[in-house]
Design a protein around this ligand. Structure first.
Ligand code: HEC
Length: 122
C-alpha cells in the first residue's frame, strides 16, 4: 500500500514537472534520434510513401521529413500543436506529442540521409 501511494506521488510530481517544461520549452529538452526512431511509426504511413502523396481525405502532397533541419521540424510540430499552423491531421498528431517526443522525432529525421535504411519500426 505504501509503495502504491508513493508511486502516485512520483507520477503527480513528474506530470507537474512536465507541465512546467511545456511552459518553458527551452534548451533543456535534448532530442535523442535513437528514441525518435521508435516514435515515428505513425508518421511513416504518410511521410514515408513514394512520391509523398496521400490519398485520404483527398489527394495531397506530404512533405518529406528526412534530412530536414531539427529546429525547423520542432517549430513546425509546435506550430501545429498550438494551432498556429493549420492542418487538421497534423494538429491532432502533434497534440499527442510531448516536447521530448518532438525533440526526439526532430533529431531522428534530421539525422536521415538519402542512403538511410528504411525504419525497421514501421
Ligand atoms: C495522415 C497523414 C499524416 C500523418 C500520419 C503525419 N503527417 Fe505530418 N504532415 C502531413 C501533411 C499532409 C503535411 C503538410 C500539411 C501542411 O500543408 O501544412 C504534414 C506536415 C508535417 C510537417 C511540416 C513539414 C514541412 O515541411 O513544413 C512536419 C514536421 C510533420 N508533418 C511531422 C509529422 C510527424 C513527426 C508525424 C508523426 C508523429 C506526422 N507528421 C504524421 C500528413 C501526415
Amino acid at each position: 500500500m505504501k509503495k502504491f501511494v508513493g508511486k502516485h506521488v512520483v507520477i503527480a510530481a513528474l506530470s507537474c514537472m512536465a507541465g512546467l517544461a511545456a511552459n518553458a520549452y527551452a534548451a533543456d529538452v535534448v532530442g535523442n534520434a535513437k528514441a525518435g526512431q521508435g516514435k515515428v511509426a505513425m508518421c511513416i504511413g504518410c511521410h514515408g510513401i513514394p512520391d509523398y502523396r496521400t490519398a485520404y481525405p483527398e489527394v495531397y502532397r506530404v512533405p518529406i521529413l528526412g534530412g530536414q533541419n531539427a529546429a525547423y521540424l520542432i517549430n513546425a510540430l509546435q506550430a501545429y500543436r498550438k494551432g498556429d499552423r493549420h492542418f487538421a491531421t497534423m494538429h491532432a498528431i502533434a497534440s499527442s506529442l510531448s516536447d521530448q517526443d518532438i525533440a526526439d522525432i526532430a533529431a531522428y529525421y534530421a539525422a536521415q540521409t538519402p542512403t538511410s535504411k528504411n525504419n525497421p519500426d514501421k
